[in-house]
Design a protein around this ligand. Structure first.
Ligand code: COA
Length: 311
């Protein structure tokens, strides 16, 4: 028995900001945003809703879905670049609100690849037998670090949270392979500066269209499989063109890739668990499917997992 995902959950704020709404704020248009990014709308959290609130909603669902009690959780890892405060961490706030009294708790900072860093860290604790249940959350309130005057970035991001419980799964299911990486030299291309997200879009694009396909293929090979064996792809939801590069590399059909980017934009560390939770809920991901999760982000960072789905 190896480590796998035993439950998933998600939360997105109700408030929708469409491309048409953005046309009134900055010099942009729906056509430009849709054709360059695939994004049609994104969710924005109210002022009184913070990262921990969204993390809590997604986590509650994931814990229910995993059919465990909060008291059984051994460790909480929250991937976020938009914590409510630098301390206490979002994971500690979450531990209290969930009543996960036994759990150790820490935040992980690896930008949009944060959820992948969390899942792969959780896997180590499960595989060694040290812990039974690890809650991994990706939660972001990116709207609070978005420069609403900068059309290069403000059209891209949204708020939300996704969560997964990692534990032992049955038979030959579970995480078969993983890859993590970082390239600090590229940090300057995507950073928080003067409180806001600043980005060299072209450089990030070049990095992402190279890294996402490469990491996806690497985890397939490392699992001893070939691309024909991939049933579903959940890439970081940053830009449909980047996601397409990964899909083409794996040679899989359009309907075998999660594409919630059009509804939620880029929610950073939350994008993969939100997309995964929706794919599980809709039945796009089924028991025994071989699923690839792959992400990249500021740092620069990246991570991928190949897993056979199911408890
Ligand atoms: N609306 C209208 N025009 C815009 C715009 C907007 N929201 N944002 C930028 N433009 C303009 C640019 O100013 C540029 O004009 P110029 O040529 O007069 O300078 C023009 O559109 C083309 O910009 P370009 O950068 O060539 O577009 P692109 O095809 O590279 O797409 C991104 C831009 C940002 C969509 C793309 O580079 C990208 O997705 N990069 C990766 C971003 C990412 O994933 N970040 C998160 C990582 S986790």
């Amino acid at each position: 028995m190896s480590a796998g995902i035993t439950g998933v959950g998600k939360y997105v704020p109700e408030r929708i900001l469409t491309n048409q709404d953005l046309e009134k704020i900055v010099d942009t248009n729906d056509e430009w945003i849709r054709t360059r990014t695939g994004i049609e709308e994104r969710r924005i959290a109210d002022d009184d809703v913070d990262t921990a609130d969204m993390a809590y909603q997604a986590s509650k669902q994931a814990i229910e879905n995993a059919e465990i009690k909060p008291e059984e959780i051994d460790l909480i890892l929250v991937a976020t670049v938009t914590p409510d405060k630098s301390f206490p961490t979002v994971s500690c706030m979450l531990q209290e609100r969930l009543g996960a009294t036994k759990a150790a708790a820490m935040d992980i900072s690896a930008a949009c690849a944060g959820f992948m860093y969390g899942v792969i860290t959780a896997k180590q604790f499960i595989d060694t037998g040290v812990y039974k249940h690890v809650l991994v959350v990706g939660a972001e309130k990116l709207s609070k670090i978005t420069d609403w005057k900068d059309r290069n970035t403000c059209v891209l991001f949204g708020d939300g949270a996704g969560a997964a419980v990692i534990g032992k799964v049955s038979g030959d299911r579970g995480i078969k392979s993983f890859e993590l990486g970082a390239d600090g030299a590229g940090g300057k291309y995507l950073q928080q500066k003067d409180n806001y997200i600043q980005m060299n879009g072209r450089e990030v694009f070049k990095f992402a269209v190279r890294q996402m396909p490469e990491s996806s293929l690497n985890v397939v090979k490392q699992a001893g499989l070939s691309k024909e064996d991939v049933d579903y792809l959940v890439p970081h939801q940053a830009n449909i063109r980047i996601m397409e590069a990964a899909r083409n590399k794996l040679d899989i059909p359009v309907d075998k890739m999660a594409t919630s980017v059009k509804k939620y934009g880029n929610t950073s560390s939350a994008s993969i668990p939100i997309a995964l939770a929706e794919a599980v809920e809709s039945g796009d991901v089924k028991d025994d499917d071989f699923v690839v999760l792959v992400g990249f982000g500021g740092g620069l960072t990246w991570g991928a997992v190949g897993l056979k789905w199911g408890k």
